[in-house]
Design a protein around this ligand. Structure first.
Ligand SMILES: [Zn+2]
Length: 499
């Protein structure tokens, strides 16, 4: 999970609204009362559950689930991608190696219609960085450039720090206080299972440099958008605005942000020197890599599973998003190995350059726009290697019951039912916004932002056992979506969001 220009809605929407807890509690109460009154489940309830999918579909899904749980091996793909390719920032040789890896891996797994489809991507280079407090107590800070940042002049820049918590505080500060300063955004992100604190905190990273420059700032430093106290800086894309001066922007680790804040708390002027050589090179060619299991009776209908192939350059991109790549590839591999033939086509999209703004996803959407309505349902894996704990959906309101039917065989994996308002996925977001139904399998993200976009995004953070449960969930949902003729409908297109 990363930081596309289009904000993924999963970061915008709380998973359970307060009222829903109450609704759920009252329905649990009703079920409990019903169970006391009658030892058998209500016939209409049983009928509703079983009428969505055939008994055969359900038993096949359960069989696939059980096999995946005991023997799926998404981890080997994660090992392979992180060891043989490693960092794969768009436009780099690592990116090209990742495309070659994906083609070879899909062919080895026996996927059909394997192809690479060109995507033009920006090529940005991080370069070197040095950030030093020069006054009152000189110290070097652990820092990294924000993605897309320009560099400083060769001799660096030095200026007093203006500390603000967030964009609102910046907005409330008179321009005269901001002019000529290095603005320090100092909002701490809290860890939680659903990653919901990311959305409010990441705004300063994404929009802070442009907003600060508009008020006369000469550079921006942010407290890393991350949840650990390790001395690790978290990168991530920042976004300049046309017509506004581009200024250098960097993140410092949480402990370094504490250090800077402590010096500021003394009340005197704190000055910092920044020297950065980040820059853009010429655009490069990358590719979306696509492979399929062709459907039988409904081959022109597509169930799409997405993950992104690119990664940031600091780590080996194990949790973001080699894990997702491994999960979706292994899901198809499990279905292929079972010999079961889906009615619909199951398509894997390994998208190019998610990190710099969904370049692969947007190219895919433009290329397949005529097939939009044939994309029956979408899923994505891009929030790390934690166990799946909840399923949510984004179906037309009158089809919400399909989600309950998909949830049924997931219960034994410890997965609870969420709402019908949450559809995740950056790389499927262009079609989701146009109304494609979405199934979201939500992993436990408590630790995800400890490592996200850092040098510590490495293989040791991935637990092979957890991935078996994840693949078991994906294979179950994928099979139910692809094996029959359930009509997921199509949603109304969403209103465009303000960035
Ligand atoms: Zn990601």
């Amino acid at each position: 999970m990363c930081d596309p220009v289009v904000q993924p809605e999963y970061l915008m929407t709380p998973f359970l609204k307060t009222g829903e807890y109450a609704n759920r509690l009252s329905s649990m109460l009703l079920i409990a009362v019903a169970a006391v009154l009658c030892c058998l489940p209500s016939p209409s309830f049983a009928q509703e559950q079983s009428s969505v999918f055939s008994a055969r579909q359900i038993s096949q899904a359960e069989e696939l689930r059980n096999i995946a749980l005991s023997s799926s091996d998404a981890y080997r793909h994660v090992v392979s991608l992180t060891m043989e390719v490693g960092p794969r920032l768009a436009g780099t040789t690592g990116d090209k190696a990742a495309v070659a890896w994906a083609l070879a891996t899909m062919n080895k797994l026996g996927l059909q219609n394997v192809r690479a489809e060109n995507v033009v991507v920006p090529h940005w280079e991080r370069g070197e960085i040095a950030i030093d407090i020069t006054m009152p107590y000189p110290q070097r800070l652990v820092a990294t450039a924000l993605g897309g940042s320009i560099g400083t002049p060769a001799g660096g820049i030095e200026a007093p720090i203006l500390r603000v918590i967030d964009l609102d505080e910046l907005e409330a500060t008179p321009d005269t206080e901001v002019a000529g300063k290095i603005v320090f955004f100092d909002k701490r992100m809290q860890a939680n299972k659903d990653g919901s604190d990311y959305s409010p905190v990441v705004k300063a990273r994404r929009n802070g440099p442009a907003k600060a420059a508009a008020k006369g700032a000469i550079a921006v430093i942010i407290r890393s958008v991350g949840t650990s106290n390790a001395r690790l800086a978290h990168t991530g894309k920042t976004k300049y605005e046309d017509g506004i001066q581009r200024i250098p922007a960097a993140a410092i680790s949480n402990p370094d942000a504490d250090l800077l804040a402590m010096q500021l708390a003394g009340g005197g002027t704190v000055t910092v020197k920044m020297t950065m050589s980040a820059r853009y090179l010429e655009d490069e060619r990358s590719a979306n890599v696509i492979g399929e299991i062709r459907g039988t009776s409904r081959a022109d209908e597509i169930v799409i599973l997405a993950a992104h192939l690119d990664s940031w350059d600091l780590g080996t991109g194990a949790i973001d998003d080699a894990t997702g790549v491994g999960v979706v590839l292994e899901t198809l591999s499990q279905i292929l190995r079972s010999g079961k033939k889906p009615a619909r086509t199951i398509r894997v999209l390994l998208a190019a350059d998610e990190e710099f703004g969904l370049f692969g996803a947007k190219t895919y959407a433009a290329k397949y726009m005529a097939d939009l309505n044939k994309h029956v349902v979408g899923m994505e894996s891009d929030f790390g290697p934690g166990k799946i704990w909840r399923i949510s959906t984004l179906f037309p309101a009158d089809r919400a019951g399909i989600g309950n039917a998909i949830h049924k065989p997931l219960e034994s994996l410890g997965i609870e039912m969420g709402d019908n308002e949450t559809g995740w996925g950056a790389d499927i977001s262009p079609f989701k916004e146009l109304g494609m139904p979405v199934i979201t399998l939500i992993p436990d993200g408590t630790k995800y932002f400890d490592y996200h976009h850092t040098a510590s995004d490495t293989l040791d953070k991935v637990d092979p056992e957890n991935l078996r449960q994840v693949v078991a969930a994906f294979v179950t949902a994928t099979w139910l979506a692809a094996s029959g003729d359930v009509d997921f409908g199509f949603r109304e297109p969403e209103e465009p969001e303000e960035e």
